[in-house]
Design a protein around this ligand. Structure first.
Ligand code: TYM
Length: 335
């Protein structure tokens, strides 16, 4: 693809405003968003409606949504060229989600592993929104006729249900929705917790040592990586039973572009202390410029709000058209 030339594909993805983004969000999603935005028309959203499936204080939700929007700008996603907005600013999301609820089977929604995990984690608040969450996500995608949806591994099942719902709807009413394809990067699609490297790294984990936030400064990154759980073998290679080291190798590979064989060669004869120091240095080098840019953008709230408002207007124009078409197909009375 020539520099600046665009495909005619629509790329779309969202991130929940449920906390400060982590290294997992960055490598699993953001980096791909940035690269794909160079060649495609893109729509990126802050999923603040999804964020209320767990309890927030109103002030926290507002702050996190603004901050998440600032992160998207800090990544270099250009608001003039892409559509970047807050989900709650375009009410068609909730409307289409309701309609799609009626085209989703209880059984298929019950199979979502993330619902099962989250309902265990938030056992005191297993609300219906947590259950219908993937249907709202399907609405996010189908409103904009997205071709490709770059996500981390954990969202794959949600993309499958979005396709199933779209196929079912099209089967009844004709070709209304485009079927979206997931885009899951080869590297970085599953960054694991530093403390429990069987689980994904998550911004809502209660143990702050388990994740690296994009706001963590050098000292914090060094400490968190130093205390990452490994094994007693003290030999750096990618292998079975070495989840902690595999995860750090994956992170190092994402930062440096080196493959596992190169990393093994680089650390042959060296211990985990040296390896962890190198991983920390690579992470800091990757995140520091981004964090500086984020802080710079966050200091200009008026600019963020202007971008968000314009983004929502552009998004709503498309979303309205889709909803109008869907409502007509379903048989809502039009005047
Ligand atoms: P969220 O906010 O949990 O995560 C945003 C993106 O980051 C990816 N990700 C990871 N990738 C690799 N390793 C990890 N440890 C890791 N943690 C998170 C996620 O896969 C995701 O791509 N439901 C979505 C938000 C959403 C959405 C959508 C996504 C709402 N509507 C429409 C795509 C299309 C979510 O909670 O992502």
């Amino acid at each position: 693809m020539e520099n600046g030339a665009k495909t005619n594909k629509t790329v779309l993805s969202f991130v929940q405003s449920s906390g400060t983004p982590t290294l997992g969000n960055y490598f699993g999603a953001f980096k791909n968003w940035h690269d794909m935005a160079l060649e495609n028309d893109c729509i990126f959203g802050v999923a603040d409606l999804h964020a209320i499936t767990v309890r927030n204080t109103p002030a926290d939700l507002r702050r996190r949504s603004l901050e998440m929007y600032a992160w998207l700008l800090a990544l270099g996603l250009e608001p003039e060229k892409n559509i970047i907005f807050l989900q709650s600013h375009v009410q068609e999301h909730a409307l289409l989600a309701w309609i799609l609820n009626c085209y989703t089977q209880f059984g298929e929604a019950s199979r979502m592993t993330q619902f099962k995990e989250k309902s265990q984690k938030h056992a005191d608040n297993v609300n219906v929104g947590l259950f219908t969450y993937p249907i709202l996500m399907a609405a996010d995608i189908l409103l904009y006729n997205a071709d490709m949806v770059p996500v981390g591994d954990d969202q794959k099942q949600h993309l499958e249900i979005a396709r199933d719902i779209a196929e079912r709807f099209n089967g009844i009413y004709g070709d209304v929705f485009k079927l979206p394809a997931p885009y899951i990067g080869k590297k970085g699609a599953k960054i694991l917790s530093l403390q429990e490297p069987e689980k994904k790294m998550s911004k809502s984990d209660l143990n702050v040592k388990s994740f690296i936030s994009l706001t963590d400064n050098t000292d914090v990154v060094v400490k968190k990586i130093k205390s990452a759980v490994t094994d007693s073998e003290a030999r750096v290679y990618y292998g079975e039973g070495k989840n902690g080291i595999n995860n750090l190798m994956n992170i190092y590979s994402c930062c440096t572009g080196k493959d596992f064989a190169e990393i093994e060669a680089e650390f042959a004869g060296k211990g985990y202390g040296d390896f962890k120091a190198a991983v920390a240095e690579a992470v800091v080098a990757e995140l520091e410029p981004l964090r500086n840019e984020y802080e710079h953008i966050l200091s200009d709230k008026a600019y963020i709000e202007k971008c968000a408002k314009e983004g929502a207007e552009k998004a709503q124009y498309i979303a309205r058209k889709t909803v109008r078409k869907v409502m007509k197909k379903v048989g809502f009375y039009q005047v």
